[in-house]
Ligand binder design. Structure first.
Ligand code: ZN
Length: 546
């Protein structure tokens, strides 16, 4: 009897606490929103903090859980690989997206990660929509959510870049939409997903929002003299737009448009992020996301940050302005989610697909070691090695993404052993200027590297698709023009990214513990109580979950 009273009291208490704490939402999320900021370094959160508003990045930092020491754990840190790894919870070892473009040794040609000629463009008569995620071999957290709900619930992927919409949305998505630039200026899709553009996409395209954005010059959001977090606007380390003499504000977009591939210019200015936000909002309404009894998933990736970063570099006024404006776009999106889906009804995570190195020529100017790598010169060097040791200039089939692909037929014809040839090349090219480490595929197959840069190289190595000799360049050594910058390495400047969870089921706090990008998908899977993606190698980040 006593026990019964106690139990009744307990039930009463939990019922009461349910009423007295309405903010505590015990319902599963109605919508998961994955936000990926292309090329966002962790330090962009702190560097511009004094100028961010309260409702963008700071809202996530204050109300959510921020992992301050989150990193990519593989090489190469490129866009397609990043998006695939976030959503599959594994690395190229398993998901097989080894780069954006790579040499397909079976087809004997360079391929693009999401090209698929089996499908046609939906939205116009161009080739921009002949895409699918078929080269990604494992499932995504978005796929697992669809499977767990017997294909109920909707998944929509959105980004200016096709690969950043397609890979996150997974194989079983309802739709993925990306922006077709050039003379088109429309959001399109692939017949892999749909046979016609949904009404809301057609209406968005007809609204000509993109034209409105391109009628404005790109000026700084605030007085440029207050932009004290970046170097001087006019410098030698930035790439002006075509038709511009200097890489300085204001950038006269209407006048520059025709010289910079028309509608494609919006990719490389902050308005591209605003357009993405507008389109994401249209998707939430058009697809009724977060309104059913099932959990929906919106995967949105902001691509313009990457184009601006490549063109102007990490320290530029343009990057500062792009992030201050993105902060406003994010605030706008979060507020929209509050009214449309309801605060507490959605869970959001924000991260990046890779970070970026400071412009090497800028680093050199301040005496920090940095350099440029020329594939043309390197190829000549490798040819001299194979001529000298194996009396042939036809042994190497392709060099790309810091990997050497050998011509196996030629090696057999010359009656040489492929492992001997690979090892000799690895031993010789280590002497090339700017090369830091060299490893053969055989070593990666027979040795387990548990930490450091070789562990990252191994995590990015796929036995079936990767090359025969893998190279690691020196820190801050890139293959790029001397103006602007890039990414792709396993060094901290490319691997350290924001990782923030927010909303339904998420605690408030921060952590300085080291986490890896592959931990996001298992954490979201655990939050949803669904099976992990089938190749997942990450762990559940226990401390962010309620
Ligand atoms: Zn990039």
């Amino acid at each position: 009897m006593k026990k019964l009273v106690y139990l009744a009291a307990l039930a009463m208490l939990s019922l009461l606490s349910g009423f007295t704490n309405p903010k505590k939402n015990t319902q599963k999320p109605k919508l998961i929103v994955g936000v990926v900021i292309d090329q966002m370094r962790y330090d962009y959160l702190t560097r511009f903090a004094s100028k961010y508003g309260e409702d963008g990045f700071k809202r996530l930092l204050k109300g959510g859980f921020s992992l301050e020491n989150a990193h990519y754990n593989y090489i190469p840190t490129y866009t397609a690989v990043g998006h695939a790894s976030i959503y599959t919870g594994t690395t190229p070892v398993n998901h097989a997206i080894i780069s954006n473009n790579w040499y397909d040794k079976y087809a004997k040609k360079s391929i693009y990660c999401v090209d698929d000629s089996k499908y046609k463009t939906i939205g116009n008569n161009g080739d921009g929509g002949k895409k699918s995620p078929y080269r990604m071999l494992t499932t995504t957290v978005t796929d697992q959510l669809k499977l767990a709900q017997n294909m109920n619930g909707k998944t929509i992927g959105i980004a200016i870049k096709d690969r950043s919409a397609i890979l996150p949305a997974g194989h079983a998505a309802n739709g993925a939409y990306w922006f077709d630039g050039g003379d088109k200026g429309q959001w399109i899709s692939s017949s892999y997903y749909v046979n016609n553009l949904p009404n809301w996409v057609q209406e968005f395209n007809m609204s000509k929002k993109v034209d409105e954005y391109l009628e404005q010059p790109w000026e700084t959001l605030y007085d440029i003299n207050t932009y004290t977090e970046s170097i001087s606007d006019d410098n030698n380390f930035e790439q002006p737009f075509k038709g511009e003499e200097k890489p300085v504000f204001p950038h006269n977009i209407p006048a520059l448009k025709s010289k910079n591939n028309n509608y494609s210019i919006i990719k490389a200015i902050p308005a591209g992020n605003s357009l993405t936000t507008d389109f994401a909002k249209a998707a939430i309404i058009g697809e009724n996301l977060g309104k059913s009894n099932f959990t929906d998933f919106l995967a949105v990736s902001y691509s313009s940050t990457d184009y601006v970063g490549h063109q102007f570099g990490v320290a530029s006024k343009e990057i500062e302005d792009t992030y201050l404006r993105l902060d406003k776009d994010l605030a706008n999106l979060f507020k929209f989610l509050d009214t449309q889906v309801g605060e507490g009804n959605y869970t959001l995570f924000l991260t990046a697909d890779h970070a970026a190195v400071q412009v090497p020529s800028y680093l050199q100017s301040v005496k920090i070691p940095a350099n440029y790598f020329s594939y043309t010169k390197f190829r000549d060097y490798v040819t001299e090695i194979t001529k000298k040791h194996f009396n042939s200039d036809a042994i190497v089939e392709n060099i790309s993404n810091f990997q050497i692909f050998l011509n196996k037929e030629k090696i057999e014809e010359l009656k040489l052993d492929v492992h001997t040839v690979a090892q000799k090349i690895a031993d010789e090219v280590i002497n090339y200027k700017g090369i830091y480490k060299t490893v053969t595929a055989k070593t990666l197959q027979s040795t387990t590297f548990t930490n450091g840069i070789l562990n990252s190289l191994q995590n990015g190595y796929n036995q079936k698709f990767s090359g025969d000799v893998l190279l690691v360049p020196n820190p801050s050594t890139i293959s790029h023009s001397k103006k602007g910058t890039t990414h792709g390495s396993g060094y901290s400047y490319d691997t350290h990214i924001p990782m923030i969870f927010y909303g339904n089921g998420i605690k408030q706090g921060t952590s300085k513990k080291k986490y890896e990008i592959v931990d996001i998908a298992p954490t979201i899977s655990n939050l949803l109580q669904i099976e992990f993606p089938n190749g997942s190698t990450g762990k559940i980040i226990d401390e962010v979950l309620e």
